[in-house]
Design a protein around this ligand. Structure first.
Ligand code: CP
Length: 318
């Protein structure tokens, strides 16, 4: 594998799952693979899970790991070509990226949607510039429109907990005080369909995701109807994805907050969320603390998904 930005890059999903389970049994099985190889993790945005789990994945594979927080200690970066740089930005991304590539073998990039332009976000301008100009394999640590390492971890978690071959997986919009990107729900929808599950997405009118990510899923605007018979509930907020209202928050309706009322109509479903989560906005205390909550196992599986992805990239370097 050269780059990892979406589920398709992983290749055969069944094989990837077997690799994930193998690594879970012995995290250091491939510790020689990354010897004398350097992983650079570049963060344009905050992180807890991605930072720690991906760093741990690099260590599992014997890699040296460098973490760069672009907004803390580096020169302020200009990202637009053609700009007269007479303001507060001292360095252009077009120099910074190949320089970063000089010091490492693999680059992970976290760069959220900026909500300045839907076109720029959906073209993944920052991530694609790293792919184009770094000269290194690049993997997404959450970009503007996708978070594949998270979805891979979610999928491993579902495979570990499912009791039927083809579970009903429901992703539900839930309220949040500020605008969040569509990266996690886009990737989750795409990955769950690729896994062959019955996938239902429920949200208020106006919160439709880009069909390129949701093809194969059923859209149901009635949350209670969507939850009926579900085996897994994936809670998430996202802001509007449409060109007319891109990045806007149209609703903070707390009747969509996932609680016992909704969970009662499921088939004893597990609750999932990528974290961080706003309690009693997205999900009630009772549900997230309850026996069917998988939020911690999901987070734990981030180490596994990142180890599999890095292993495949390292194998591609040979
Ligand atoms: N789920 C996730 O990516 O968490 P962080 O933003 O803390 O990395």
């Amino acid at each position: 594998m050269r780059h990892f930005t979406c589920v398709k890059d992983l290749g055969d999903l069944h094989e990837a799952l077997q690799e994930a389970l193998e690594i879970k049994r012995d995290r250091y099985k491939y510790v020689e693979l990354g010897r004398n190889k350097t992983l650079l993790m570049v963060f344009f945005n905050s992180s807890l899970r991605t930072r720690l789990s991906t760093q741990k994945a690099g260590l599992n594979l014997g890699m040296n790991v460098i973490v760069l927080d672009v907004n803390q200690g580096a020169w302020k970066l200009e990202t637009e070509r053609g700009v007269i740089m007479d303001g507060d930005k001292s360095e252009h991304l077009l120099e910074a990226i190949p320089v970063m590539g000089c010091y490492c073998d693999v680059i992970g990039v976290r760069s959220f949607a900026r909500f300045e332009s839907r076109e720029d976000d959906y073209q993944e301008k920052i991530l694609n510039q790293f792919i184009q100009y770094s000269g290194r394999p690049v993997f997404s640590m959450e970009a503007a429109t996708g978070h594949p390492l998270q979805s891979f971890a979610d999928w491993i978690t579902i495979e570990e907990h499912k009791t039927v071959d083809r579970p009903k997986v429901v992703m539900s919009w839930a309220p949040h005080p500020k605008a969040l990107p569509q990266a996690v729900p886009n990737s989750f929808a795409q990955w769950m369909v690729a896994a062959g599950y019955e996938v239902v997405i429920t949200h208020p009118h106006g919160y439709e995701l880009d069909p390129k990510f949701t093809a194969g899923a059923t859209i149901e605007y009635d949350q209670m109807k969507a939850f009926e018979g579900a085996h897994f509930i994936y809670g998430k907020n996202w802001s509007c994805a449409s060109p007319e209202h891109y990045g806007e928050v149209l609703s903070k309706d707390r009747s969509w907050t996932i609680g016992e009322r909704q969970m009662a109509v499921t088939d004893n479903a597990f609750f999932m969320h990528c974290l961080p989560v706003r309690r009693n906005m997205i999900v009630t205390d009772d549900v997230i603390e309850g026996p069917r909550s998988l939020v911690i196992p999901e987070a734990a599986n981030r180490e596994i998904s990142a180890t599999v992805v890095l292993k495949k990239i390292l194998e591609g370097l040979k």
